[in-house]
Design a protein around this ligand. Structure first.
Ligand code: GLY
Length: 419
């Protein structure tokens, strides 16, 4: 089969790495890809958000299957457009991807179907939002309704901070139209875990749980990022909690979306908080999380293409797949200054040595004029190692990462240990 993966980050590199292992994949393409992906797939110069361009390229080049990985093209209806053109595609249609694209929609869905989550109200009027914050008090969470590159959530410790966040989103349009509506939530406490799950509209098969580290600096300090590292599985996600999540959250969510005429086919991301009152949903996403995907897919002991095809065909309950009985740790190596201003274009060294004991997934890299590897983004590389215990996986990932260097390289030294 000729398979096209849409996207260009560490997540897409990990997906391409697994798909390249499938005997059914004869030729792999990635649009737009990056320098690491180019070692496994032919990179195609079409932007991930260019729906018409992607459909035209996939049709003209006779793709048999397209995997749409990032949130934006899913929300823009790329899967709908591909399927309408007769090209089978993996990922939710826009009417199901809305669980990520609109926080107001997902909160309303949870309220209607009694899926545990924080109490909340939705606002389109700034004065009413400010009055609600004043009356509620802090801590309180302010969320932009739409997609905001993972930056549209403010956990405010004070009323003033919450009001400022609401003003920036609703009046100053910090996130454009994404902040015209805000969701204001009660603050939950407890460890956060991510569960990614395959879904075929009817059935749901959770992957091993994982845990992202969203803050830039050690000790969970500093600004929020797209994710500075992930482990899988996190020790807090016990079998008992997993059962509760399945019964109280995963199955009811898939059933709710089906009942609403929005069957979810793809990977659904459950962002969960393990509160003293039990597990609750922090957020849904309509795709693999990144860097969680890099850790979790490293544990998959099966043909990923078979699973993707089953999600689309509604036969997920019939596929036999297993996970390695190991742990994984992914460390993100970032450009100095990320997630604020940073420089790019620096040469990267040590990948071959690191690659002997770990998978090194590329996020922001490109090839220079002489073929040398250069930094080309905030998150540059994800170094993912396995171990028989979580501690071993963490040590192996740090040992491999110590072999890599580029000017300004920044990484957290407490991934898997910052709790
Ligand atoms: N790592 C968080 C996310 O992918 O949304």
């Amino acid at each position: 089969m000729k398979v096209l993966v849409v996207g260009s980050g560490g997540r897409e590199h990990a997906i391409c790495w697994k798909l390249a292992q499938s005997p059914k994949v004869d030729k792999l393409y990635c649009a737009p890809g990056n320098a690491g992906i180019a070692q496994l797939a032919t990179c195609v110069d079409v932007k991930a958000t260019d729906v018409d361009g992607m459909v035209a390229w996939a049709r003209d080049n006779a793709m048999d299957f397209v995997v749409v990985a990032p949130d934006d093209p899913l929300a823009l209806g790329m899967v709908d457009a591909l399927e309408a053109a007769g090209i089978p595609a993996f990922g939710p249609r826009a009417n199901a991807a809305v669980i990520e694209a609109s926080k107001a929609f997902s909160k309303e869905l949870m309220r209607r179907y009694h899926i545990p989550t924080a109490g909340y109200e939705t606002f389109t009027d700034l004065d009413r939002a400010l009055a609600y914050i004043e009356g509620h008090g802090a801590p309180i969470v302010v969320k932009a309704d739409g997609l905001a590159l993972g930056k549209g959530v403010v956990v405010a410790a004070t009323v003033d901070e919450a009001k400022q966040a609401a003003r920036e989103m609703m009046a100053d349009k910090k996130f454009g139209a994404s902040g015209s509506t805000v969701v204001i939530e009660d603050c939950m406490t407890g460890p956060e875990v991510t569960v990614l799950a395959f879904a075929d509209g009817e059935h749901v098969r959770p992957m091993p749980a994982s845990q992202d580290h969203k803050r830039a600096y050690d000790g969970n300090c500093g600004p929020n990022t797209g994710g500075m590292g992930a482990i899988s599985p996190p020790p807090q996600y016990t079998p008992d909690i997993a059962r509760r999540c399945m019964d109280e959250i995963f199955l009811p969510t898939i059933a709710a979306l089906k009942a609403e005429g929005r069957p979810f086919q793809g990977v659904i991301y459950f962002g969960l908080m393990l509160t003293p009152d039990g597990p609750k949903v922090v957020e849904y996403n309509a795709r693999f999380g990144d860097p969680e995907c890099q850790a979790v897919l490293s544990l998959l002991d099966a043909d990923l293409l078979d699973i993707f095809l089953a999600c689309r065909e509604g036969t997920l309950d019939q596929v036999d797949f297993r996970w390695k009985d190991q742990a994984a740790c992914c460390l993100v190596l970032a450009s100095g200054g990320y997630p604020l201003d940073y420089q790019k274009g620096y040469p990267i060294s040590g990948l071959e040595d690191a690659g002997r004991s770990a998978m090194v997934f590329h996020a922001g890299t490109k090839s220079g004029e002489d073929g040398e590897l250069l930094t080309n983004g905030g998150r540059v590389l994800g170094v993912t190692a396995l171990g028989d215990t979580l501690e071993q996986a963490i040590n192996n990932a740090y040992a491999a990462a110590s072999l890599i260097s580029f000017t300004g390289m920044h990484f957290r030294t407490d991934i898997g240990r910052a709790f």
